[in-house]
Design a protein around this ligand. Sequence first.
Ligand code: CAA
Length: 379
Amino acid sequence: MQFDLSEDHKLVRDAARDFAEREIAPHAAELDKNARWPSQIVARMAELGYLGMAVPEQYGGAGLDNLAYALVMEEVSRACASSGVIMSVNNSLFCDPLYKFGNDWQKREILTPTASGKMLGAFGLTEPSSGSDAQTMKTVAERDGDGFILNGSKNFITCGPEAEHIIVFAITSREGGKAKHTALIVRRGQPGFLVSPHDEKMGIKAAHSCTIYFENVRVGPEHLLGKVGDGFKIAMATLDGGRIGIACQALGIARAAFEKAVAYSKERQAFGAPIANLQAIQFMIADMATELDAARLLTHRAAWLKDKGVRHSAESAMAKLYAAEMSTRVAHKALQVHGGYGYVTEYGMDRHYRDARITEIYEGTSEIQRIVIAKSALG
Ligand code: CAA
């Protein structure tokens, strides 16, 4: 059993912390206020190799592992949760399935520029009438010679307005009444590819999401990801990795809120002493510290399993479930420690409180994580 990070992992984490504190954190409040896409931060993350961290260097990535990815994700998200999810989507929801299921041409032509951050990728599973029950999607891809014609729509697509490619899951047959899904890599800008204005959200405002419509979009055979009919399994396997990224995002948000609460509790005087002397505050600090550590241990275990190449569906779901709910609880308590100052926007506690909430929803709600965990526990 090894709880220490290696020297290499510590270096990666410390460099990410330094970068995030110097180049991301000073902009986070403004990005949130104006719901402004953080183009400079994305460009810097690309330079640093953060957009394809676990992808081999041969394909434009940083050639590191998923634990390194988890460490950097936490640091980036601690500074700005919007930047965190942009990083997570590109790494886990786009580059990872391209690396795992893509052919040589896709790895060379699409993965390489995306892992190096020259372009971004997105993931299109959710539809207006199917979120948690993902198999009931309506988007269809009909055979057209050796390719497909795609019709339908995908919504809440994080990075959708900016991404060059989106992995779209579509129904390709309904043999015996059972829908078969297929994954296609669809390039923006072709006829019939329509992008809505970005969503107005309560949190992670700088990470734009949108709805994308496909009206008779022609997808060539070279853009088929994996095999016809394997799409749902590709989506689920991809989310096993994605959920680690969101657990890290939740950790980063919670840590930012917690650290502010600790600092504030030492400064703020009440009843003749800093409020940190009060047991009511100490109990909150103790609960937050414990929950943060528990979430990090679950998350690092899931990343470690992914690095070992072992199936980690339940462990990722546990990490995401616990870290997301922990993040909401910690943001709530940290705001409470600040009293009235937590409620005014000057201290930025509202941003952590709003940002934390999405982690319980996207890449599978907490209820879906419980389903995945229960399935595994019950066999
Ligand atoms: N890896 C590989 N295969 C898997 C798998 C996994 N993790 N999970 C399931 N499968 C396989 C199953 O073995 C099964 O295969 P067979 O048909 O051969 O038996 C098949 O997939 C279907 O599995 P289920 O019967 O379990 O499927 P289900 O319809 O009951 O759904 C679910 C399961 C867990 C509820 C799933 O629908 C789910 O995860 N829903 C949530 C969707 C989600 O997370 N959406 C997030 C969108 S992305 C997003 O939010 C991005 C963003 O913007 C940041």
